[in-house]
Design a protein around this ligand. Structure first.
Ligand SMILES: Cc1cc2nc3c(=O)[nH]c(=O)nc-3n(C[C@H](O)[C@H](O)[C@H](O)COP(=O)(O)OP(=O)(O)OC[C@H]3O[C@@H](n4cnc5c(N)ncnc54)[C@H](O)[C@@H]3O)c2cc1C
Length: 292
């Protein structure tokens, strides 16, 4: 068996905001063959590829049969192969970091606490502080959704940018990637990973469902701004619509404090964008992907 199919499937566990939404059609490939089969079966539907749903906003409470959700979390094989790790698209960054540590491979400590998959991370060029996933990518295998053929992409300079990759301009799905390997020390890796996690839990509102930073850091006249500082100045900290709230603890996050709906989140985002535009003449750009 390569592919599992569900009808009328609740997406609540497949978006970290924990919004209630149902997909009429949903597939879980177990491997690359299953991913190809899912692509074949959904030729006439709007395909929505998801990893862990940790950077998305669902906008509908019901996605009818015009949509097909293809969720990759069961494609989760990872292995070391000489100078690289070969990682299926649905491997979580958490598992990647622990696998690297077990094999004394350094550099992946920043991944441990980012709750996405390898595929989602490559699309978003996920990272924190000075590290991004792009620094470790040797090649990426994708399936071209037009020709249905597998292609190997070796990213060149400029392919990855801040929370963005050129995969977004290509009609492809990510299948697996080859990541670089460099020697690390087991104890040092473990200490760094736990230190990063501690620091993030101190700062972030991890006690409520959320999908990470909502907006990219905006720039105006070559100056970069922190979203949370802008929000504090326009009174958005703690501002709530329905069950969705601009976090009290860290206003760069929107949290689901009380059964938020897709509509609550969308309305709160619009309010944030318009207050910042009116007050500072700054255009906010969403880091989240909106599933319309
Ligand atoms: C508490 C918390 C902390 C976070 N901290 C960070 C952080 O420090 N740094 C950071 O960069 N991000 C952070 N994030 C955001 C998020 O975890 C990352 O962007 C992550 O890489 C998204 O991966 P995902 O698998 O959840 O992607 P999803 O949310 O499932 O999808 C994101 C996008 O990628 C597309 N996609 C997913 N898989 C594939 C595929 N195989 N092929 C083609 N397209 C695909 C989806 O269609 C969607 O457009 C955080 C989120 C949370 C909830």
């Amino acid at each position: 068996m390569n592919l599992i199919e569900f009808k009328n499937f609740s997406l609540i566990k497949y978006n970290t905001l924990r919004l209630r939404s149902v997909a009429q059609v949903c597939y879980f490939p177990l491997n690359i063959e299953g991913l190809s089969e899912a692509i074949e079966k959904t030729q006439h539907q709007k395909r929505i590829f998801l990893g862990n749903g940790s950077n998305i906003l669902l906008t509908k409470e019901h996605y009818d049969e015009q949509y097909a959700f293809i969720i990759t979390t069961m494609m989760n094989n990872i292995e070391r192969n000489g100078p690289e790790m070969i990682v299926d698209t649905g491997v979580t960054l958490h598992d990647l970091a622990w696998f690297a540590m077990d094999h004394e491979i350094g550099g992946y400590e920043f991944c441990e606490d980012i709750p996405g998959t390898a595929g989602g991370a490559l699309i978003m060029n996920a990272g924190q502080w000075q590290w991004t996933i792009s620094q470790y990518v040797r090649w990426v295998d994708v399936i071209d959704l037009e020709t249905k053929k597998m292609l190997r992409i070796v990213p060149e300079e400029g392919f990855f940018q801040y929370r963005y990759s050129k995969f977004n301009e290509m009609n492809v799905v990510i299948a697996r990637a080859g990541l670089s390997v460099s020697q690390g020390d087991y104890r040092e890796i473990l200490e760094r990973m736990l230190e990063f996690k501690k620091e993030r839990y101190f700062k972030q509102p991890r006690n409520y469902p959320n999908a990470g930073s909502v907006f990219k850091r905006p720039t105006k006249n070559n100056e970069t701004f922190f979203v949370w500082k802008l929000f504090d100045e326009v009174g958005l900290r703690g501002f709530q619509i329905g069950g969705a709230q601009v976090s009290q603890k860290h206003p760069g996050f929107i949290v689901n404090v009380d059964h938020a709906t897709c509509g609550d989140c969308a309305a709160l985002i619009s309010e944030c964008i318009s207050r910042v535009k009116n007050h500072f003449d700054i255009d906010l750009e969403l880091e989240w992907r909106v599933i319309e």
